[in-house]
Design a protein. Structure first.
Length: 253
């Protein structure tokens, strides 16, 4: 903890890892679980795997209005707002919009820009923005995904967002990373060599994570339909679409 990765080198079936404090380690398997901008991936598998999807996202936690009691999403014209109560009187909020959506010139007024995007949204959005205030802590970043032909090189294996980050519109990023850990543990427990273990892990995980990636693209296409058509489809078939979108994930990974 508290140190950064500086270098990776492979010799036969071992990997030497060098850190910025001058220390080093040598192991049979190195797992890169270091997120969408993975240093492990850049040093071993690919230096060019992150792709912007054309959206910018705002994320924050603030005081939860009393009327907000469940997962709530509102779709505007090119703007989406999600609110999820997380207990203890707080709510997690997510907003995304097209990266080229019309806006005033960029400034440090993050909450002002957010209020501008969400002007005209119905309750509970105004109440949430009021609790956030002009000095609220908001994380702003482009929405990106990671697509790779392979997740490993030798005895180095990528998992989680380092291997297969997607748009958060299915809210499955953490779940896919946790599944990676469980499946990898099962593969390692079989007692086979590292090469066979890595190959087996990828064979089990790639179809599922690629399906999630494809679903995020489908959801974005649905959200980007003309509002009148989108609203009609979701009002009539939204519940069925929602269940169909997630049903395959009920199977064990």
């Amino acid at each position: 903890m508290g140190i950064s990765l500086q270098g990776l080198s492979q010799q036969d079936e071992t990997v030497t890892v060098e850190f910025d404090d001058g220390s080093a380690g040598r192991d049979n398997l190195v797992i890169g679980a270091d997120g969408i901008h993975s240093t492990v991936r850049q040093l071993t598998v690919s230096a060019d795997a992150v792709r912007p999807v054309g959206q910018v996202a705002w994320r924050f936690v603030t005081e939860c209005p009393p009327e907000l009691t469940t997962w709530t999403v509102l779709l505007g014209r090119g703007v989406t707002f999600l609110a999820v109560p997380i207990g203890r009187g707080q709510v997690y909020c997510y907003c995304d919009a097209s990266a080229d959506s019309p806006s005033r010139p960029e400034s440090d007024d993050v909450t002002g820009r957010l209020a501008e995007l969400l002007a005209g949204f119905a309750a509970p959005v105004p109440a949430i923005l009021d609790t956030l205030g002009p000095d609220g802590a908001v994380h702003v970043a482009p929405v990106e995904e990671v697509t790779l032909d392979r997740w490993s090189r030798g005895s180095v294996l990528l998992v989680g967002d380092a291997a297969h980050a997607t748009s958060p519109n299915m809210a499955e990023g953490a779940a896919m990373a946790l599944e990676d850990g469980l499946v990898l543990a099962e593969c390692l427990a079989c007692g086979r060599g590292i090469t066979q273990t890595v190959a087996r892990f990828q064979a089990r995980r790639r179809p599922r994570t690629q399906w999630v990636l494809a679903q995020t693209h489908r959801l974005d296409r649905t959200r980007n339909l003309p509002p009148a058509l989108r609203n009609l489809i979701l009002r009539r078939w939204g519940r069925g679409i929602f269940h169909a979108n997630y049903r395959p994930l009920l199977e064990l990974p």
